[in-house]
Ligand binder design. Structure first.
Ligand SMILES: *[C@@H]1O[C@H](CO)[C@@H](O)[C@H](O)[C@H]1NC(C)=O
Length: 651
């Protein structure tokens, strides 16, 4: 038996991330060995025969070993009070493999050294010219481009935390974003400068310094960076500026449209970014992989998993400004891409492209992402070859993560006996009509049976802390449920309805409450409600998402009551949503109502509205549909309805 243990330990060492061997200390060995023996003892206990018959047993075990091994490495940072952050890792890689391509963008290659030196220049400018100091928070409004990374790393090198702004966000929400993370400086990409048109004076009034990635600026108050970068030194700023002693100190703020109100700044600590950076590695990626990143960098998927993961491996990534279905495979062939990041929608767009002879000619072996539906998954694999699709489940701010490392179609994650020991999550009964969890007579939640759908809750503990949101304890409290099973416990409310089958595969069913997903973005119904409420003819509005066959997520729909003595003005509404809402959040359908039903807890009744959908022949109330050509909300006729179902109308 001890031989077997030794053998496994050897395997485990083989699986360590490249270049990490210098991090393996004696303490690490004993700790891992301790973990390992404990695990091995568990494995070879009474369950052994039964488990051996289990088809995923060994793959589960190996995967779990990796997770634990990485976890031990993070635990060690706590003991030694010296954290090797993702930035430190980048600097190490830049010394180890300076000439290796790090980012390929728009045909040009940026090596690890290139990005290291340019971020040094930026760090020097930030320190000397902008006057940024350790602990400052800086907002970043940039599209996908290599300079996004150079600015990000440059800021991190002088010890600043960075708030990534969603480039789709409209003026009103943008102003709000500064308040929640306390940023006093904004860095804006040259192509996005016009986004600021409406708000530049408000920003300056709030004493926010604006720095543009330009050489010259028309506004005298807006500073320029490009001219200063070229004359700055490419020598590193003192390392002491970036040193961090705690895994729990914030490094990034990533905005999420959570469940209530305007976007919230999720606090991303070093702990979360290091965990996310291990994702590709845990799925079996190596430094020879080439990662294709077509997702926006201001989301955690691209920045934490994509860029962080590339750095962790010492691999190369191909960064796209914007996803393009028609360029996707040519890009992959041209750059020998082996791994790509996706959201479910993206794979569907790829399947909708005209078939070609060379559909299966490429080196892509793995996709990592979220939200892939079963039917698209099957079609994708039969058309483009046996690409392993690894679903990752986990919200930016959440404290729980599932990974479907087996690649089983339809599952977002995989759980087993050991996983449940490490991560305390629960599925509880949920009442869809009342829009709240089912409670027993003592006021506690009830677990669902295996295979049943329930609301996913994740226990907040020292192994799985929840860092909450910047700028308001009440925001954080809202995402927590207390006294769930016993007095005094606390769980993070994911807002997702899930089911776990008998084999331990976890499947996503639906989102509850105030958010839905559309075009890969979270839409917060309260935010949309708030913005529609500003239109003068609307008295009351209720926003929800409806399913459209053949589309991922839900399309926005708003039921509304018109003020007395007013009429519905589609053109006016159109102009309003175009100006104040990002594309994905604009309601596609409008339903006029005489009165609105409430739930027993005085919330707006959404369930029945969602169920009744947008079929004009089933709904007697007037329906309208967003029409970009006529720049108007026009009556939703049967023929328009049919063309939407047939996928002929662009949504
Ligand atoms: C891709 O791989 C092929 C064959 O393995 C090689 O000839 C080619 O140079 C590679 N292309 C790039 C961009 O690395």
């Amino acid at each position: 038996m001890s031989k077997v243990i030794k053998l496994f330990y050897m395997v485990l060492l083989q699986l360590s991330p490249p270049g990490s061997s210098q991090l393996v200390t004696a303490a690490d060995m004993t700790l891992s060995l301790g973990w390992f023996s404990a695990l091995a003892a568990g494995v070879f206990s009474a369950h052994v025969l039964q488990k051996l018959l289990f088809p995923y047993f060994w793959r589960d075990l190996l995967f779990l070993m990796k997770v634990i091994r990485y976890g031990v490495r993070l635990e060690l940072f706590k003991f030694t009070s010296s954290v090797c952050t993702v930035l430190d890792r980048f600097i190490q890689q830049a010394q180890r493999i300076p000439n290796k391509p790090f980012v390929i963008y728009d045909g040009s290659v940026h090596t690890y050294r290139d990005v290291e030196q340019r971020s040094n220049r930026l760090a020097n400018v930030f320190f000397d010219r902008v006057g940024l100091r350790k602990g400052d928070c800086v907002a970043l409004l940039m599209s996908n481009e290599p300079d996004f990374l150079c600015v990000w790393f440059g800021l991190a090198k002088v010890g600043c935390s960075v708030a990534f702004l969603n480039t789709n966000i409209k003026s009103k929400s943008l102003l709000h974003c500064f308040n929640c993370c306390g940023a006093k400086t904004l860095i804006v990409g040259s192509d996005l400068f016009e986004c600021l048109d409406g708000i530049i004076t408000s920003l300056l009034e709030d004493n926010i310094q604006v720095w543009a990635m330009n050489s010259q600026s028309e506004h005298t108050e807006v500073h320029t960076l490009l001219d200063k970068i070229n004359t700055a030194s490419d020598q590193p700023v003192p390392a002491v500026l970036r040193v961090t002693t705690s895994l729990k100190s914030p490094t990034l703020y990533i905005f999420t449209s959570g469940t209530t109100g305007l976007p919230k700044a999720a606090v991303i600590t070093h702990l979360q970014s290091l965990k996310a950076a291990a994702g590709f590695w845990a799925f079996g990626a190596t430094e020879d992989d080439v990662v294709y990143i077509p997702l926006p960098l201001y989301h955690s998927a691209a920045s934490l998993i994509g860029i962080g993961g590339t750095i962790e491996l010492g691999a190369t990534c191909v960064l796209k400004k914007k996803f393009s279905a028609s360029q996707f495979w040519n890009d992959c062939r041209k750059h020998n891409v082996t791994i790509f990041q996706y959201i479910g929608e993206l794979c569907r767009y790829l399947c909708n492209q005209p078939k070609t002879e060379v559909d299966k000619f490429h080196k892509v072996r793995m996709g990592v992402g979220n939200g892939l539906r079963q039917d698209v998954w099957r079609e994708f694999q039969s058309r483009f070859g046996n690409i392993k699709m690894c679903e990752v489940y986990g919200s930016t701010e959440g404290n729980l993560c599932f990974m479907n490392h087996i690649g089983k179609i339809g599952a977002v994650g995989r759980s087993n006996f050991f996983y449940r020991l490490l991560f305390k999550y629960e599925l509880v009964k949920y009442d869809m009509q009342k829009d709240e969890p089912v409670k027993d007579e003592c006021g506690f939640c009830q677990r669902v049976e295996r295979g049943e759908t329930g609301l996913l809750l994740s226990k907040v503990s020292t192994i799985s802390p929840f860092f909450g949101y910047a700028g308001g304890k009440h925001l954080t409290e809202k995402k927590l449920m207390r006294n769930v099973f016993v007095k005094g416990d606390a769980y993070f409310i994911t807002g997702d309805l899930m089911a776990e089958d008998y084999e331990g595969f976890i499947c996503f069913r639906d989102r509850v409450g105030d958010t839905f997903r559309w075009k890969g973005e979270n839409v917060a119904t309260t935010e949309v409600t708030e913005i529609l409420g500003l239109v003068d003819f609307i008295q009351e509005v209720n926003v929800y998402g409806v399913e459209i066959p053949g589309h991922e997520g839900r399309a926005g729909m708003a039921a509304m009551i018109i003020r007395p003595a007013h009429t519905f003005d589609g053109k006016k509404l159109f102009e309003h949503v175009m100006r104040d809402l990002p594309t994905y959040a604009r309601p596609l359908f409008i339903r006029l109502q005489e009165f609105m039903e409430m739930t027993s807890t005085f919330k707006q009744q959404k369930f029945q509205l969602v169920q009744s959908g947008f079929n004009p022949s089933m709904i007697s109330e007037p329906l309208y549909v967003l029409d970009y050509q006529q720049k108007n909300y026009i009556p939703l006729t049967d023929s328009i309805y049919q063309s939407i179902l047939a996928g002929e109308r662009k949504l």
